[in-house]
Design a protein around this ligand. Sequence first.
Ligand code: CU
Length: 148
Amino acid sequence: MKHLLLLLLFASSPALAQIQVEQPWARATAPGAKIAGGYMLIRNAGATADRLVAASSPAATKVELHVHLNDNGVMKMREVSAYDVPAKGSFELKPGGAHLMFVDIKRPFKEGDKLPVKLKFEKAGEVSAEFQVGGLGGSAAPAAPHKH
Ligand SMILES: [Cu+2]
């Protein structure tokens, strides 16, 4: 029994994981909202670059990869096919920048909720993360409205 436990601990050792997701969080939603933003810091400890190519969650019909672009002073969102995470580097998703877009959410995101999200990386494969829902606004809130 003890051996099995040790084996399991070893198998899930972070030392083996090239990709680390830090502080995944999502914004709480206003009543009636159908979309929500998700943010995190992706760290790549590996010697080769990786890419986040897809995300999914039972909390939303689909999860898209979005970036914000400044189009003549107007911030707009655009879907992208992947985020590049450089070797020995990181990629940050933050309000006003790149974000996961939870589309057609199943129920409002409330502060304190935890959302399971599966992230699919080109090389590292599937990585699970639990997104903690933060407040509606907050200091990190982007001033730009979400426009599609
Ligand atoms: Cu978006």
